[in-house]
Design a protein around this ligand. Sequence first.
Ligand code: AHM
Ligand code: MG
Length: 324
Amino acid sequence: MDHAADAHRTDLMTITRHVLNEQSRNPESRGDFTILLSHIVLGCKFVASAVNKAGLAQLIGLAGETNVQGEEQKKLDVLSNEVFVKALVSSGRTCVLVSEEDEEATFVDPKLRGRYCVCFDPLDGSSNIDCGVSIGTIFGIYIIKDKDNVTLEDVLQPGKNMLAAGYCMYGSSCTLVLSTGTGVNGFTLDPSLGEFILTHPDIKIPKKGKIYSVNEGNAKNWDAPVAKFVEKCKYPKDGSPPRSLRYIGSMVADVHRTLLYGGVFLYPADEKNPNGKLRILYEVFPMSFLMEQAGGQSFTGKERVGFTPLHFLYKKKSTSAPSS
Ligand code: AHM
Ligand code: MG
């Protein structure tokens, strides 16, 4: 038996240990964030396991379909949403949740409320679910000033106010990438331990990248500056070699590759989607937070993403949370 190797494995930096270490540097910390994160991690493990079994368990396909036993099937994204909502509510650390799967925000029962607002896409990359291509969960976390009087206005904060963000990619390995505002770290799920282990400490996006990533099928609807930029990627005029095109169509996977290999990922606004296709609260803000924390940049085309005001999402009639 290789005792040296075993001893090495007992010194693994798990995600919980990592967050506890970060927490111990802040004397005011009460451990709430660590508890919240452990519930997010549980959700990710649950979804990772469901994604792995999807083909076998016939979890793929349309919601509402029945399986051979006559049981109603839940589509993976519906199941993932339920998993995260339950995990986040039961953490006792959230007061409001915004999910891509739910039309309305979920205001947590006053008895179970904590200080955090979590905006998330439980399973992004829906077009890739049924063919086994990488998909992922994206989340962004805000702190709410007054948890007992939380309203929708509290949720519609610009990305620069975000406290932490991350994603979990369910691909050839399951990788959770997290930033709490002091850099970006990547953790890979060790299935034999059931733990996320720090495998990518302090991720920095390479200064130069050779890849551009965009759905070029939309090119006919792009505006002139976007079309010109992509043209330059393919036909550079400065003598540099053309860039390679890589596009998965799962934002988590495309952003993950961009973080590790460098380059640019874009989903430009076009005639069909004047505000772009990606959802700002639970897709664009968290990913931009991570990009900037890794030394990269993120723009809407007009300004830094984190400074985008959310007035266009704000309906005058604000919905109040039920209070205690
Ligand atoms: P979804 O939330 O319905 O899964 O859509 C979001 C996804 C992103 O992951 C990805 O970047 C984009 O949609 C791909 O869109 P398209 O298929 O138009 O290229
Ligand atoms: Mg999505």
